[in-house]
Design a protein around this ligand. Sequence first.
Ligand SMILES: Cc1cc2nc3c(=O)[nH]c(=O)nc-3n(C[C@H](O)[C@H](O)[C@H](O)COP(=O)(O)OP(=O)(O)OC[C@H]3O[C@@H](n4cnc5c(N)ncnc54)[C@H](O)[C@@H]3O)c2cc1C
Length: 463
Amino acid sequence: MSETNFDYDLFVIGAGSGGVRAARMSASHGAKVAVAEEYRVGGTCVIRGCVPKKLFVYASQFHEEFEDAAGFGWTVPKATFDWTVLRDNKDKEIDRLNQIYIRNLNNSGVEIIDSRAVLKDAHTVHLVGEGRDVTADKILIATGATANVDESLKGREHAITSNEAFHLDELPKKVIVAGGGYISVEFAGIFNGLGIETTLLYRGEEILRGFDDDLRVTLHEEMEKKSIRVITGSVFTEIEKSGDGYKAHLSNGEVLDTGLVMFAIGRDPNTKGLGLETVGIKTGRKGEIIVDQYSQTNIENIYAVGDVTDRANLTPIAIREGAAFAETVFNNNPQAVDHSIIPTAVFSQPEIGTVGLTEEQARAEYSEIDIYKSKFRAMKHTLSGRNEQTMMKIIVDTATDKVVGCHIIGPHSGEMIQAIGIAVTMGATKAQFDMTVAVHPTAAEELVTMKEKWVAPELKAAD
Ligand SMILES: Cc1cc2nc3c(=O)[nH]c(=O)nc-3n(C[C@H](O)[C@H](O)[C@H](O)COP(=O)(O)OP(=O)(O)OC[C@H]3O[C@@H](n4cnc5c(N)ncnc54)[C@H](O)[C@@H]3O)c2cc1C
């Protein structure tokens, strides 16, 4: 029973990472909660984001594993790959996770409503699929984000986004992935690893804008070594149907034949048609819902968490914001999420793990910084013969000796950065990194054995 005159104490729109966590925790604090989901419970991360993506990354890495095995004495018969097996096994796993999410919500006493929901007024939600209204004391918007496409591009209807990439009937022989963000480089690696001739097309100067420059340059080089063609400073001018595939016309004058075009050119907060204007909820330039540190909108009883607020668009952040909302609103324990230090991975090939400030950000923030940098070939590749570089970089505020950024590209760097993230969050100093005993032989030991400050080659030459 709701303690108010409303149907629910809390109505959540969107059963993704943030919405599910908020709904379950609020229910555990005694609130009467319902959540509406228009597609599948679990949201982007579970259904068509992080989880299926990572399964595809695993699949695409076997091809190099088979090659690398030769240097260790293994003769592996010519490997073949069946896309439908991978796709269908992935679907089974996603169905399993979807069921777990549904079960967890049910066990927490949260009512699940399979419908699109839109706001009618500050306390009323219209359930589009059911043609009825419900009321709630508090409303939480957790509708996530949607993939951008260039609607003005001629032939845009021929291109897919990551949503469709998870369900292709068959794999093409050639693909062009447009975009320079993490989803784009991840899918370029996946397609390439699965044996597809892959081109990455990016309008900017260098891929992975916002990441440390050494990561960006190293990944670009390594992707090219793996035969991915990376075209920067160019965009599509038209996508034209041609036989079984397409002709992609580029602004640099090239025309590329391809079997598939995928857009990964960013994601916008999913606020269109949600009724925000009707209620007067303030949004920003991209349509993101503007919230304070407690995820409260300008309308007192309406809150928003996750990608729809465009703060840090990652699952663990949406989950944290959802949990903090429940604590604040239903457990009388105001909690603001700290977005300042976020360890994160890019499942490119090679993988990236990063936490804290980039060199550029650190130079802007601190009067003096020290850089420690190491580039080497991972031990495994001494025998495999693979010409792949690992790069590790530590950025230190000279005045306090605090490590303010750490950036790694190389195998397992996502796993490494989770642990380094603890140290950086705790405010560890470079001296404390150095005090830590190395784990030998690993690549990660480099992080505690970098003694020499890195000096730019042009400065060295001037000495
Ligand atoms: C391809 C891809 C790979 C990614 N990989 C990673 C990764 O490796 N690591 C990571 O941390 N993050 C990753 N992300 C980002 C991550 O998925 C999101 O940050 C996270 O899902 C955000 O959670 P959320 O709760 O804000 O929204 P979502 O999880 O998107 O959930 C929103 C839900 O709301 C539903 N919905 C929307 N509107 C309505 C409505 N009006 N009524 C009812 N339901 C509605 C949607 O159907 C959806 O289920 C990836 C994203 C993509 C697309």
